[in-house]
Design a protein. Structure first.
Length: 407
């Protein structure tokens, strides 16, 4: 099954069922553009054989980054760099999609002292995030235009599809959650109102890109927080997306407050879910019952037999994997061909609950940068050092000591 092609509703076809999920690169300089490091990284992944490569999140507004070093695409000046990247970053027949995102309140204090959010609800996490400002309706309309513009530019820049990031607690996910969206206008309150921004972006992106261009959405199965975006909410949004007609729904879960997409042993994740290798699979089963749109599930897949079994069960159409593309970047082809049965699983734990997601995230962020620079991966650094890597990286970038670009 893994090697079977898959036809998307728009008419495009994936050459197999393996996708490299999005991983933010944090490699750009002050021009917010892809550079030689991105080319090096995606040349490696282009050889992976995966039918679909998703870019790391590309920002629709350079004033609000998810991380220092993000790519941001706002204007036609980005096109030459995008074209170079997409030409180097995919093999013939392989799909390379741009993941489009706005961080909302999940924008560190080093990037913005006043980020935007649906409501002024601060993210409290180690003092790294400032209190956001509730967006005006004009700013909401501006965000819609920005997503559509970035999508249009990414298409012109050679991407073969786009994915709208509505998961992991970023802006669109903040709008979906009643904990972060306390608005009383047409953008808050009922689920239909909370989903209005996502649905407007999906609909207008489709109008701009046409019926035969792949459009995907990454959505949380839940936020794993009491009173937040729930499984029932997510199933309702899936019904709405099904009616709107997207090509691939990627299921994930969690936010910066509960990073279950990286640290799946969070106590909030049900033990029964955790026991499965892919921890959002139970939810995929429910999603299948409410919509027949193509499904990709990401998070935890490591063995070939399990990926095959999940595909054969009909619960999903595409297997998404992220971290194995960093720890064993040359092995995806062997996995597809059947000569590798299992990717290694690294768990980076400090023993301090508050630091575990920072350690996990920092470890992989560093591996990605090493891979992009052509350096030997350091898989043995102490967990505590990994936990400090991202704040250090943000600070270093903020102080202007950019990673030097070797063209
Ligand atoms: C270094 C790193 C960066 C990530 N950046 C993104 C991102 O830009 N967008 C996104 O949707 N998910 C991002 N993720 C989450 C992955 O796409 C994926 O959902 C998660 O790692 C679980 O899949 P895995 O168990 O196969 O790694 C990132 C994960 C890692 C490790």
């Amino acid at each position: 099954m893994l090697n079977d092609p898959f036809l998307l509703p728009c008419g495009a076809s994936l050459q197999n069922r393996l996708a490299k999920a999005a991983m933010t690169e944090r490699l750009s300089g002050r021009d917010y553009l892809p550079n030689a490091f991105h080319l090096q990284l995606y040349r490696i992944w282009a050889k992976s054989g995966a039918g679909l490569l998703l870019s790391g999140n590309i920002m629709v507004d350079k004033r609000y980054l998810e991380s220092a070093g993000n790519i941001a695409v706002e204007a036609e000046e980005a096109l030459p760099a995008l074209r170079k990247w997409t030409a180097a970053g995919r093999a013939p027949g392989q799909h390379l999609w741009a993941q489009l995102s706005h961080p909302g309140r999940q924008c560190t204090i080093l990037v913005s002292g006043r980020p935007l959010a649906p409501s002024a609800v601060r993210l409290r996490k180690l003092g790294l995030f400032a209190r956001p400002r509730a967006m005006t309706e004009v700013e909401i309309e501006d965000v819609i235009r920005r997503f559509v513009r970035t999508a249009t530019l990414c298409k012109a820049g050679g991407f073969t599809g786009v994915q709208i990031h509505a998961a992991h607690g970023y802006l669109l996910s903040q709008f979906l959650s009643p904990l972060t969206n306390r608005r009383t206008d047409q953008w808050g309150g009922s689920l239909a109102n909370r989903a209005r921004l996502l649905m407007a972006i999906v609909q207008q992106t489709r109008e701009a890109l046409g019926p035969d261009f792949p459009i995907g959405v990454k959505l949380n199965s839940a936020d794993f927080q009491g009173g937040g975006f729930s499984e029932e909410d997510s199933l309702d949004v899936i019904r709405m997306l099904g009616a709107a007609g997207i090509d691939l729904l990627e299921i994930s879960g969690g936010t910066y407050e509960r990073m279950v997409f990286l640290v799946e042993d969070e106590p909030e994740v049900k033990a029964s879910t955790r026991r499965r290798e892919a921890y959002f699979l139970d939810f995929a089963h429910k999603a299948r019952e409410v919509s027949n749109m193509p499904l990709m599930v990401t998070g935890g897949f490591r063995t070939r037999a399990f990926a095959e079994e999940a595909l054969r069960s009909g619960m999903l159409d595409v297997v998404g994997m992220a971290r194995p593309f960093l720890t064993e970047p040359g092995q995806a082809l062997a996995f597809l061909q059947g000569s590798l049965e299992k990717f290694s699983d690294f768990k980076i734990r400090t023993g301090w609950k508050k630091l575990e997601d920072m350690a996990e995230g920092g470890f992989y962020a560093r591996l990605l940068i090493q891979l992009a620079r052509g350096e030997a991966p350091d898989r043995d650094s102490p967990a505590l050092l990994s936990a400090l890597f991202l704040p250090w990286h943000e600070l270093r970038k903020a102080l202007g000591k950019r990673v030097s670009v070797r063209q």
